[in-house]
Design a protein around this ligand. Sequence first.
Ligand code: PMP
Length: 306
Amino acid sequence: MSDRDGKIWMDGQMVDWRDAKIHVLTHTLHYGCGAFEGVRAYKTADGSTAIFRLEEHTDRLFNSAKILRMAIPFTKEQVNEAQKAVVRENKLESCYLRPLTWIGDKKLGVSPKGNTIHLMVAAWAWGAYLGEEGLKRGIRVKTSSYTRHHVNITMTQAKAVSNYTNSILANMEVTDEGYDEALLLDSSGFVSEGAGENIFVIKNGVIYTPDLSAGALNGITRNTVFHIAKDLGLDIVQKRITRDEVYIADEAFFTGTAAEVTPIRELDRITLGEGSRGPVTEKIQSAFFDIVGGRNPKYAHWLSKV
Ligand code: PMP
């Protein structure tokens, strides 16, 4: 994906896409200490393009960097502006944005002290992460044999580059067997999250999601669903969830910036509920697309026009 036209914002400058390069001795490439965000912009009802919950994503990026003891050499305002500029510069409408901060190539060795910290933002058109069909019909998920990070091994509230080796292993393991995505359990065997998504289950009209002590990322889409559920008069309970609670749930779905709201129709070859997108999931999904598409004025403040 490096060989294409367009611009990438790199350390304060718009750089030609093909020239946005780093050195092979880049610290983050060797030791995996870096942080990133996944952000989406949507074409909204009035024809403009807006980045969804830009400030919350930038806040999380700075929090990730803080946890990883990295001082981003830009202000949040500069990082917000960079994201808007990248969408404009590449003439994108609905798209995905990837801000990433990394440690430079001044020296190697585990300690990053004395090294430089960098930041880039790229954006490109990216459709439904788990497929259009998945959004409508639901996806097939398998519990991974890999355990999700323990909260005191890697830092689970940082969207750290290195946390994704675990996601990659889990995703490859189950997609090799024909499933769409992996579900990971925490080190005590409770449900944590998908390889790149938070999980929700619905039983008897109540929505449940793992609390963050299960090592799940504090997802921004997860938080959006909290607001949607409140508007719909539905209760959300954050608690420890077992995999068999998912098996006997009426409905389940994944959330994420890339995955949006994706129904889960099967876990470990056990059909969940009716084996299709359930009615509560459908309501939440449609409310979600109304909000990101600028069709719900209550949440207009979540849309940053580019
Ligand atoms: N968990 C993991 C591991 C993720 O990678 C993501 C995607 N960022 C999420 C949860 C969902 O977070 P968000 O809704 O903020 O995209």
